[in-house]
Ligand binder design. Structure first.
Ligand SMILES: NC(=O)c1ccc[n+]([C@@H]2O[C@H](COP(=O)([O-])OP(=O)(O)OC[C@H]3O[C@@H](n4cnc5c(N)ncnc54)[C@H](OP(=O)(O)O)[C@@H]3O)[C@@H](O)[C@H]2O)c1
Length: 325
């Protein structure tokens, strides 16, 4: 017997939902978009109209609907915890934008609630679903660059408009949670768990109410050092590099490659420099597939939950190291 599609509703008409996630949800054969909710009726109608689903003028009303199995939460960071909790309490599976919450204990509480309720709760971190990083990891574990010695990663973006949620501290803005998230997550991906934050600095540009840049030094239990940089008033950069005892590997367009992007992995090893060109991969579609799989397999995969909590703990440790809070 074929299963009926997962019926998904979206809370808010966020830029990321409009540009990337709603099109991927609409394309997935195992997903049916049921409703788009917005604080504004006009915005709900405009976005819902594109997908032929219901326009709802209240996030709450969506959670009460019987034709919704799961919700996607692309709200400002400060609202993720409240709406994720309310959705889980209403018996809905949740795909929540990254970071799931601003503090590790809150993240832990939500993951516990999802586990106890038998519901899937997944943080929408998409780059880890792109196979270019698996290729790199296999090269490293296969010994292509010898012993891993160091890791660098940077994600920086050009200035955003003044009213953008990332400039607003009351909405959970700031470069660390929104942008620093990526190089930190990449460090966990390549250096593994148990990272120590050996140093961290957050920088506010003139007049900014939130940090606009940061740099972090991490150390893995095996003694590999990672240097991570991020910022939101910078030339665009989305890259990482792994240096080993016998070679190095570099990846650009690392964190948010478009579906049609053909990744290149630059490897310098015992045979000299070479470029591996990989097939394009739609990491947004892959993340939606992973969410559907999590729902179908009766809840949150323990490894995914552990990674989510580890990432939240690392973000807290960076903030504490840089600010003393
Ligand atoms: N995974 C990724 O690759 C990725 C990429 C970009 C962003 N993100 C994450 O996605 C989330 C949203 O980012 P975004 O840039 O798409 O945000 P955005 O365009 O500003 O959208 C946020 C949405 O939240 C709703 N909202 C509810 N209360 C709000 C309030 N008080 N102020 C502002 N908006 C409010 C609004 O929808 P209505 O007014 O329609 O209700 C708004 O459209 C963030 O957590 C961000 O880190 C993830």
């Amino acid at each position: 017997m074929t299963e009926r599609p997962l019926r998904v509703a979206v809370l808010g008409t966020a830029d990321i939902a409009r540009r990337r996630v709603l099109p991927a949800l609409a394309k997935d054969p195992d997903v049916e978009l049921t409703a788009v909710a917005s604080r504004s009726g006009a915005r709900a109608r405009e976005v819902a109209g594109r997908y032929g689903c219901a326009a709802v003028t209240s996030y709450d009303a969506v959670l009460g609907r019987d034709d919704v199995d799961a919700v996607y939460v692309p709200l400002p960071v400060s609202l993720h915890a409240e709406w994720t909790r309310r959705a889980l309490d209403a018996g809905k599976h949740v795909l929540a934008e990254k970071p799931l919450t601003a503090h590790a204990p809150t993240t832990a509480g939500l993951l516990d609630l999802a586990r106890a309720s038998g519901l899937a709760l997944m943080e929408n971190v998409m780059f880890v679903h792109h196979p270019q990083h698996t290729v790199v990891r296999e090269l490293v574990t296969g010994g292509a660059i010898g012993e891993l010695r160091a890791f660098t990663a940077a994600f920086t973006v050009p200035p955003l408009p003044a009213g953008n949620i990332r400039h607003r501290p009351e909405l959970g803005g700031g470069a660390l949670l929104d942008i620093g998230y990526y190089p930190l997550r990449a460090a966990l991906y390549f250096l593994g768990t148990g990272l120590e934050v050996a140093g961290a600095a957050l920088e506010h540009s003139d007049g900014s109410a939130v940090e606009t840049a940061g740099a972090v030094l991490v150390r893995s239990p095996a003694g590999v050092l990672g240097q991570l940089a991020f910022g939101m008033e910078h030339a665009y950069q989305s890259a990482y590099e792994l240096w080993g005892s016998k070679g190095r590997i570099r990846v650009e367009t690392a964190f948010t490659p478009p579906a049609e992007h053909k990744p290149t992995v630059w490897v310098t090893d015992a045979h000299g420099p070479r470029e591996l060109t990989l097939a394009p991969h739609d990491q947004v579609a892959a993340t939606v597939r992973a969410f559907v799989r999590a729902v179908r397999s009766a809840g949150t995969d323990p490894r995914t939950a552990a990674e989510c909590l580890e990432q939240a703990t690392l973000l807290d440790a960076v903030r504490a190291r840089a600010t003393g809070r």
